[in-house]
Design a protein around this ligand. Sequence first.
Ligand SMILES: Cc1ncc(COP(=O)(O)O)c(C=O)c1O
Length: 481
Amino acid sequence: MDVDEFRRRGKEMVDMIADYYSTIRERRVLSDVQPGYLRSLLPFTAPNEPEKWEDIVKDIERAIMPGITHWLHPQFHAYFPLGFSFPSLLADMLCNGVHTIGFSWITSPAATELEMIVLDWLGIALKLPSEFLLQNEHRESQKGGGVIQGTASEATLVAMLAARHEAVKKLQLELPELKDHEAQGKLIAYGSDQANSSFDKAAIIAAVKLRKLPTDENFSLRGEALETVIKEDVQAGLHPFYLLATLGTTSSCAFDNLLELGPICQKFGLWMHIDAAYAGSAFICPEYRPLLNGVEYAESFNFNPHKWMLTSFDCSCLWLKRRAAIINALSVDPVVLQNAASDSGLVVDYRDWEIPLGRRFRSLKLWFVLRLYGITGLQQFIRKQIQLAKKFETLIRSSDLFEFPVKPVLGLVCFRLKGSNDLNKKYLKALNDSGTIYMIGTELGDQYVLRMCIGSTQTKESDIDITWDIVKSIANNTVGK
Ligand SMILES: Cc1ncc(COP(=O)(O)O)c(C=O)c1O
């Protein structure tokens, strides 16, 4: 493909995406292919001779689309949203087109510097305490800073690795004879019983003990539950070092009580990391910002613009109060990466703030989104999505078939049929089998619950009516009305 053909095919590809987007309503939301379906549609070996572009394009509809679950479909209500907007998509195109990799400042100064600036912009928009920024309002350098990770899972892990590194050093100061692995063996991390499974995975990778703590009736982790286990574990000779506090849990969008947890973390020397993967985007609205109160106690804070801030996957923003903690834990300095800029100490080398070495120019899409929507545009988007969830809540309330196991929060409505868990499982299966809607279930306490999340940027008021019609009619069938 030469540059002229690229120009032509590129325009066709943009048209193809625009057509996909504008006809998405006609598609089945949840793919219904059987495991291994693609093997029978594609040859066993790669082609020996070059194929034609047109033939590949034909295979998109024939082979690929049947196996796509359409996250941008207006009736996609599963999981949490997947950020999307045309500005972000176009910026990603530019990112791939410029094709640079910014692991060290020198490998693309703009990639590093734009990320530093955009993360400060976003931190200021969320009213994060200024310690989390790279520069204060007088443009003076600070000790903290933000970095774009691939996912919230990576953010939880790298914060844990930074905390682990510090905790091991601290233990060895008290007990100099302790070897690294012996000190590490004493460490224990905490999160609530509602914490995302990425917390469990982080503890597996970091090779530390983990304890899931019970939550209150609102599925929120409270200070007393934390303090009790810390005391027990210290008594047992362990060293509590890390708390994962969640704002907006995956199951029900519950909020851990930062104002109670924070002072306890400070008292016992725990690193508090906040995982606000989904809910964090809402903090850009002044009316939802109080949900973040207590962030001042945290060492690190993370949320995913790739979930709910119109930015495409992957873009997970992590801020730290002390960037040295992560750099000390993750920095390596082989000869091939050494350069005068790094040696000068004047630049940020983001390779030291994350697990991979290679990194895409992800700040571009955030920059496009922030500029093309502005803070007010993003606030309007969040408010609109919450309003759609409220509309669905009101419709559910209008029927006596349903109940709410927890209060709906932000864009998530957890609801269930009055009746047994088996009835609700049957109901969810019937909804998803219809192909017209996609939701997932969860367990809250001993109740099986359906989660309806406003997932797509395409969802409008009239789509909520469609969703409600499906939800109501399949509910009537399920209960035999
Ligand atoms: C609260 C919470 N934390 C972490 C994650 C994992 O996010 P990621 O896919 O970015 O790792 C999720 C995913 O939905 C989540 O809801």
